[in-house]
Design a protein around this ligand. Structure first.
Ligand code: BG6
Length: 497
């Protein structure tokens, strides 16, 4: 998709990877399976080595055993083969390290001794450790001018803390070698948004307030807190999902066409969107934002506890597990077009989709009774069953139907349209891009900070009003107020689940 200008931009980038947090949940569940798939598809150079770093008292042999177990658990059995597993495991080495102690980092330097390829440092650890690890790597002489660093969200819990974290990384690495992951940017359909918008003149000319009436984004999760109460209760759904994933989706939908596909051209346009987001003030906080917290209910046919009854819960917590809001990108392209966002845990199903609602025709010639039939909609399904559907009105078939209209989709289902191609997990795409030295799918510092700036004012408003979350039963689509929020505008959440 991007013009490969870097010498590292070959399809088989030759790099080493040092993975901090090598035995953590992210590494075991997502990173090794992604690296395994890249290897299996011939996208890792023969010489690429992976050094796992963690505090546990393991050696390379035990480490490989743990990674093998994780792969068996998280890679489909049809995608496992003895030869690919052996080939991948042979790349792995392990180093026990106390990350906060500079002693020991010289072994990273020794591991790299003589290697001519660049190193990617992946920090799958809490953000509080980013600064210290970067510093110790530098002090021990483990870095060179090509080393890249990959960091995960959450980058702070507000603007000030995110600046401190970004400063600590920035003291060691220039921005051009920092890769901040938002895994939503690695999802296949999210990348397709760029292709859809900028490769198809049909959409290019319609993509503005003259033709679009409103935009809906739903990111619903069926899971609850999954043993992460400690982290989640400090964050809440607004910080955990909206500050990053949902705002990135808003940026990709709302941004102006970049001059080219260079990372900074795209990111410059995204930043303009973040700067144009309307702040919530006064009444709009009560009217246009709904916070919710789930109570006991049913999920996937089973009874599940409420948020306050989850293991380790503080029964007084007012943290939100659901947010719905109506916002606006206040610029020429989008003035007056509401963006309705909602995301929550313990909803009836896992579903992420974006709906672009086009305006009605200015002059209507069909049966007046059918006037209420919705206008065109573009439904962009991120998960599950990635695909894009354009809802159009056509004539109903049958001699007795006259000119009766019928809504129906022009449908592109990725699985059936491209049956031979496996849809890669977001981490596969992202890891490959880091190794190639391509930053366009990663979040630049100013994006993170403008997003926090907007979220901070929203949280300050909540705090000033001391607003408790509204209750919703697990297994429902959120508090009733989130439905009222959109129906008061004469609209409803798109329901074609
Ligand atoms: C993570 C959040 O960033 O995204 C989790 O911390 C959330 O709370 C997850 O469950 C959702 O990701 P996905 O890819 O399953 O939609």
């Amino acid at each position: 998709m991007i013009q490969e200008t870097s010498p590292l931009g070959s399809s088989q980038p030759d790099v080493d990877m040092a993975l901090f947090g090598a035995l953590g949940d992210l590494a075991l569940r997502k990173l090794y399976p992604a690296l395994y798939h890249l290897d299996r598809e011939g996208l890792l150079a023969d010489s690429t080595r992976i050094l796992g770093l963690a505090r546990q008292d393991d050696d390379s042999e035990i480490f490989r055993g743990k990674v093998a177990d994780a792969l068996k658990q998280h890679v489909k059995s049809s995608e496992q083969s003895h030869a690919s597993l052996e080939r991948f495991l042979a790349r792995l080495e392990y180093l026990k390290l106390d990350f906060s102690d500079v002693e020991g980092y010289e072994r990273v330097r020794d591991w790299r001794q003589g290697a001519r390829r660049p190193m990617t440092v992946y920090l799958a650890v809490p953000a509080s450790l980013y600064g210290v690890i970067c510093r110790h790597l530098e002090t021990s002489g483990s870095l060179d001018d090509e080393t890249r660093v990959v960091v995960e969200k959450p980058i702070g819990h507000d603007l000030t803390s995110s600046q401190a974290i970004n400063d600590a990384i920035g003291d060691v690495f220039p921005e051009s070698r920092i890769y901040r992951i938002d895994h939503y940017l690695g999802k296949e359909t999210v990348q397709n948004l760029i292709a859809l918008r900028f490769a198809n003149p049909l959409f290019g000319t319609q993509w503005n307030q003259n033709h679009i009436s409103h935009v809906e984004i739903t990111v619903a999760e069926q899971v609850g807190i999954e043993g992460r109460w400690g982290y989640f209760d400090q964050a809440g759904q607004l910080r955990d999902m909206v500050q990053n994933h949902l705002l990135q989706l808003v940026c990709l939908i709302a941004m102006d066409p970049p001059a080219n596909l260079d990372a900074d051209a795209i990111r410059d346009e995204k930043v303009k969107v973040l700067k144009a987001l309307k702040p919530f003030t006064g009444d709009s906080l009560d009217r246009d934002v709904v916070r919710g917290q789930y109570t006991a209910g049913t999920s996937g046919g089973k009874s599940v506890p409420g948020y306050l009854e989850e293991e380790g819960a503080n029964t007084e917590s007012r943290t939100e597990t659901f947010v719905a809001m109506k916002t606006e990108v206040a610029n020429w392209r989008w003035a007056g077009v509401p963006f309705y966002l909602r995301t929550g845990k313990r909803m009836p199903e896992k579903l992420s989709q974006i709906i672009i609602h086009f305006r009605q025709q200015p002059h209507y010639i069909f049966d007046p009774d059918q006037r209420g039939l919705a206008a065109n909609k573009l439904v962009i399904r991120l998960q599950p069953e990635e695909g894009i559907a354009l809802q159009v009105l056509t004539k109903d078939s049958g001699l007795d139907k006259g000119m009766r209209l019928r809504p129906g989709p022009l449908h592109l289902d990725f699985n059936s349209a491209f049956p031979k191609s496996r849809i890669p997990d977001a981490y596969e795409r992202l890891l490959l891009e880091v190794m190639k030295g391509q930053q366009y799918l990663f979040v630049r510092r100013d994006e993170v900070e403008y997003a926090w700036h907007w979220i901070d004012q929203l949280i300050a408003g909540w705090e000033a009003r001391d607003m408790p979350p509204r209750r919703y039963p697990a297994g429902s689509w959120g508090p009733v107020a989130s439905i009222a929020m959109i129906t008061q505008d004469g609209r409803s959440w798109y329901e074609d689940y």
